[in-house]
Write a protein that binds this ligand. Sequence first.
Ligand SMILES: NC(=O)c1ccc[n+]([C@@H]2O[C@H](COP(=O)([O-])OP(=O)(O)OC[C@H]3O[C@@H](n4cnc5c(N)ncnc54)[C@H](OP(=O)(O)O)[C@@H]3O)[C@@H](O)[C@H]2O)c1
Length: 254
Amino acid sequence: MPVGPQTDLAPGYDYRPMAERPYVFVNMAMTADGKIDTVERQGARISGTHDSRRVDQLRAGSDAVMVGGRTLLAEDPGLTVRDPDLVASRERDGRPSQPMKVGVASRLAAPGDGSLAPDGDFLGAGGGRVVLCTSRLTDDPAITALERHGAEVLVAGKRRVDLGAALAHLAGLGVGRLMVEGGSTLVAALLAGDLVDELQLAVAPLIFGGTTAPTPVGGQGWSSANARHLSLQETSTDPDGDVILRYLVVGAGA
Ligand SMILES: NC(=O)c1ccc[n+]([C@@H]2O[C@H](COP(=O)([O-])OP(=O)(O)OC[C@H]3O[C@@H](n4cnc5c(N)ncnc54)[C@H](OP(=O)(O)O)[C@@H]3O)[C@@H](O)[C@H]2O)c1
């Protein structure tokens, strides 16, 4: 039974102490008015086909791809590398065909029980390793059922996932480069914990509006004195009119 980041390891689990945590970069698409979805919150498509190719390349260059619980449970994302050439290139480099998928959810049920679909994209697509990070709100039968469907389950945190422990665990599994694909609550929590190194945003020529439509960073927010500071590294545009911004996270109140 999983009990913590380093004590729940089954025999033969390839735990390797490595860096304290992986290099963490966030990639998200937002509209020109700063929204990452519409008020309906059904996972609206935002950036164009050229950007999908860029996202595929980012996934291919990552050891693992992470999403937050609401994105995971509402959208069942596949998080796979789609281009066969990129998959082949990973294999040539001796890496797994697909990056590890990581979901962060406070409470998980058994697959199909109003939770992840047993034959859905997150658990099934691509055949890559699947790690679910959850809190003690997830009960043992749900953990056993998830494990039966091929997921490895890490329990870290009482009511919410202890993100520092989750990242340390991923480092121990050999994840050196972690791509975080949202949503806004997870990204806010990672930034609050000073656990993000880089932020990439694709700004699409669209406006969704709506006060309650989510933005890249939700959570409680910070006073201006504690704002997270970024250092712009690169800007580019693509033929769909998306603007790609790449920042390094400098820190708080810098
Ligand atoms: N445009 C894009 O690039 C993009 C990418 C991804 C998602 N999205 C959009 O983002 C929206 C979802 O974002 P969201 O903010 O509602 O949810 P989210 O970030 O996907 O998931 C957050 C949830 O994860 C759980 N969690 C567990 N431990 C946590 C921790 N330590 N810190 C933070 N969260 C933790 C919490 O569940 P509990 O509340 O149950 O505790 C929390 O509500 C959707 O509309 C989706 O379409 C857009």
